[in-house]
Design a protein around this ligand. Structure first.
Ligand SMILES: [Zn+2]
Length: 229
């Protein structure tokens, strides 16, 4: 009887520990989102806000003249660009400063890539995959289910990145630039920004793979097939 109740207590404390770890993970995820979106620059506060909007307008006017996209600069220290489905194309001031230093084609490449995510509804597709109940029981299968879910999200995200590169090249070409301009940007990124480490949970493919696909898009379709699906 004694050992039984002790066992029950252990089971309970095990569950409490699992719940605690899960809450910390959730808090950290929310923390990341907050960190990313915490400091939108006020008008004329950050370097290059006008240049960023001009780049977005240039890609949009040559591809979707009926649409309007809003460029937002964040005073983040991260080298990051991201988007949501509300036609906002976001970038950190740090990354934008580096791109401005490199030249127009680099700024346009990033804006074309981000607009591709919006046009393809990648954000909402990812969000819909995340809509699983957070209130499910914390049984022994809970974490393996969570792991599988995160792997599926990461796999989808890697697929979206390759799709966005492919579309971005088309947008660049319509805006008077070339595939080689986009390639130069990817190669610059490979040299200067931190690459994704290859793992089942990586949200981005290796830049090397992205370069290879943009360089030889047809060979992947015919002989190798997409490796991230
Ligand atoms: Zn992307």
């Amino acid at each position: 009887m004694k050992s039984q109740s002790l066992g029950l207590r252990n089971l309970k404390s095990g569950k409490t520990l699992q719940a605690l770890i899960f809450s910390i993970m959730l808090f950290m995820q929310i923390g990341c989102v907050k960190q990313m979106g915490q400091h939108p620059c006020a008008v004329n506060e950050c370097y290059g806000q006008d240049v960023w909007q001009q780049a977005i307008d240039h890609i949009a006017s040559h591809n979707f003249p009926e649409e309007q996209y809003i460029g937002k600069v964040y005073s983040d220290r991260l080298n990051n660009a991201w988007t949501t489905d509300d036609n906002k194309v976001n970038i950190s001031e740090d990354l934008l400063t580096k791109l401005i230093h490199m030249g127009d084609a680099y700024i346009l490449s990033v804006s074309a890539h981000e607009i591709s995510h919006i046009r393809s509804h990648h954000y909402s597709l990812k969000a819909s995959l995340s809509q699983v109940s957070l209130l499910g029981s914390l049984d022994s299968d809970h974490f393996s289910r969570q792991k599988k879910k995160h792997e599926a999200e990461a796999r989808l995200s890697r697929k979206h990145e390759l799709e966005a590169d492919k579309l971005a090249v088309q947008y660049m070409e319509k805006a008077g630039y070339h595939r080689k301009d986009y390639l130069k940007f990817l190669k610059w990124m490979e040299k200067n920004l931190k690459d994704a480490s290859p793992s089942e949970l990586a949200t981005h493919p290796r830049i090397k793979e992205r370069i290879a696909r943009v360089e030889e898009p047809t060979s992947f379709l015919i002989s190798r097939g997409p490796s991230h699906e």
